[in-house]
Design a protein around this ligand. Structure first.
Ligand code: FMN
Length: 205
C-alpha cells in the first residue's frame, strides 16, 4: 500500500485548517497508509549553533558522531527520514503574519538535509532527491488574497512550493483564504476547499 505523511500545525480550538485536513483524511484513509506528524506534539528543534556545527560536518561527509551529537542530529534527521518513507506528503497550516508559522518553517529547516532530501556536487549542482513524491499544501488564511480590498500578499505558498521544488517535489495547493475578511462566508470557503480536496484525493489514489 502507498504511504502518506501528514504534517500539521493547527493550534487553534475549532481550527478551519483541521476541518479541511479532516476531509482529506476521511477521503483517503482506506486507500493509503497514513503517518501523522502533529508539530504541536513533536516540534522540530530550531537550528542552534550546535545543530549548524553538526550539519556542516554532515554536509562535509562525516557520518561518525558521538552518541550525544547523534541525539541532536537525529531529532531533525528523523523527520527527513519520515518524509523519505512516504509517497505522498500533505502539509496543513494556517498563514501567520503573511508567512508560515515558525513551527512549520522549523520543520522545513529540519527536513532539508544533504544526501537525504537533496544532494549537491560541483558537476551536477543541486538535485532534489524526493522526485518520486507528490506534495499537497493545505493553507488557510484570514485575508482574501484574490478579491480582498487590502491588497495583502502572503509568502507561505511560495515558501513551501520553492522548498518542495528544491527537494524535487511537485506541489498542489488547496487554500481556504478570506476566512476572517469574509467571516460571513467562512463555512462556504471551507466547503469549497473540501470539495477541491475530494477531487484531488480521487485523482491521487
Ligand atoms: C498569530 C496569527 C497571525 C495571523 N496572520 C495572518 C496573516 O498574515 N494572513 C492571513 O491571511 N491570516 C492570518 N491569520 C488568520 C489565520 O490565518 C486564519 O484565521 C486561519 O483560518 C487560522 O487557521 P485555523 O482556523 O486553522 O486556526 C493569523 C492568525 C493568527 C492567530
Amino acid at each position: 500500500m502507498n504511504k502518506t505523511l501528514i504534517v500539521s500545525y493547527t493550534p487553534r480550538n475549532g481550527s478551519y485548517t483541521k476541518k479541511v485536513l479532516g476531509e482529506f483524511i476521511e477521503q483517503v484513509k482506506e486507500k493509503t497508509e497514513i503517518t501523522e506528524l502533529d508539530l504541536l506534539d513533536s516540534p522540530p528543534d530550531l537550528l542552534s549553533a550546535a545543530h549548524i556545527a553538526l550539519t556542516m560536518k554532515w554536509n562535509a561527509g562525516q557520518r561518525e558522531f558521538t552518541p550525544q551529537e547523534s541525539v541532536i542530529l537525529e531529532r531533525n534527521h528523523g523527520m527527513a527520514n519520515q518524509l523519505l518513507k512516504a509517497d505522498y506528503l500533505v502539509l496543513a497550516s494556517p498563514v501567520y503574519n503573511f508567512s508560515l508559522p515558525a513551527m512549520v518553517k522549523a520543520w522545513i529547516d529540519a527536513i532539508i538535509v544533504s544526501n537525504k532530501t537533496f544532494s549537491f556536487n560541483p558537476q551536477e549542482g543541486f538535485k532534489g532527491l524526493c522526485g518520486d513524491k507528490k506534495a499537497l499544501v493545505l493553507l488557510t488564511g484570514g485575508f482574501d488574497y484574490e478579491n480582498g480590498s487590502s491588497g495583502a500578499k502572503q509568502f507561505a505558498s511560495a515558501l513551501l512550493t520553492e522548498n518542495f521544488k528544491f527537494m524535487g517535489m511537485e506541489t498542489t495547493q488547496i487554500s481556504a483564504f478570506g476566512l476572517n475578511e469574509n467571516w460571513d462566508k467562512a463555512n462556504a470557503i471551507v466547503e469549497q476547499a473540501k470539495q477541491e480536496v475530494r477531487a484531488l484525493a480521487n485523482k491521487w489514489y
